[in-house]
Design a protein around this ligand. Structure first.
Ligand code: URA
Length: 244
């Protein structure tokens, strides 16, 4: 089992790898930024939306537009802030013109999300809207039928409480949906207060072989070797990730 610090460091490494992702050639060529996700790297509560929009693409952070304002408002009504949760999307790049994600794009991108879930270790995941709900429930049932219904699902190596919600962007245009979203949100604190779900036995991993570092060469022998690329500054990485 990894410590919170180890998981956070691995999450930063995944963040860096994700920045140069070109698995979806169209999205990689039209995006301004890869919107990895942001928030508390050790959050108990994670939200998964659909894909960045224009504001998110410009700022590199999830849910910073109108839908994000509604998300913030609903969080504050249950006594939470963004700094306490982790927010990610099914797609890390903006689909041009905010079109729906293509199935191949969801396939290409899902590994990043599964890594985020594995490393943040949330206890409760709220899927926002159809795309996140269908992906994480692993079936095609629409959000209208399953919103507000808690269930336990295994996602990768982790069992979590999954709690599908309407997407705040859809609710923005339908006042009755905001009411439903607010009612569903009001149940989140009780979900967080439940005991942690039992975790599956870890799969037997590869046998770990300890690597013994060779003694460093005397300085005089390595003077003409160029320095490795500088390590990214932790503060900068944390800022780009909106990590708290
Ligand atoms: N809608 C989403 O699904 N995600 C965002 O980050 C913003 C709007």
């Amino acid at each position: 089992m990894s410590s919170a610090d180890e998981r956070r460091d691995e999450l930063k490494a995944v963040f860096h790898a994700c920045q140069s992702c070109v698995r979806c050639p169209q999205l990689a060529s039209t995006r301004h930024s890869v919107v990895f996700g942001a928030g508390n790297a050790d959050a108990d509560l994670m939200f998964v939306g659909e894909a960045p929009g224009a504001n998110e693409d410009r700022q590199g952070l999830p849910f910073v537009g109108q839908a994000g304002k509604l998300l913030d408002q609903l969080l504050s009504e249950i006594g939470l802030t963004r700094a306490e949760v982790f927010v990610a999307n099914v797609l890390k790049c903006r689909p041009p013109g905010n079109r729906d994600p293509h199935p191949a794009e969801v396939d290409n991108c899902q590994g990043w999300l599964f890594d985020q879930i594995r490393l943040v270790e949330p206890r409760v995941i709220c899927t926002l809207g159809n795309f996140a709900t269908k992906l994480l429930r692993g079936d095609a049932t629409g959000i209208r039928r399953v919103h507000g219904q808690e269930e336990i699902r295994q996602i990768g190596p982790r069992a979590v409480r999954l709690f599908p919600l309407f997407h705040p962007a859809a609710a923005l245009y339908t006042p009755s949906m905001v009411d439903t979203l607010r009612e569903d949100f009001a149940r989140i604190p009780a979900l967080l207060a439940k005991p942690p779900v039992d975790q599956p036995e870890p799969e037997a991993g590869p046998i770990e072989i300890e690597v013994v570092e060779p003694e460093p060469e005397p300085r005089s022998l390595v003077d003409d070797v160029p320095d490795a690329a500088p390590e990214p500054q932790p503060a900068l990485v944390a800022e780009q990730m909106g990590l708290f």
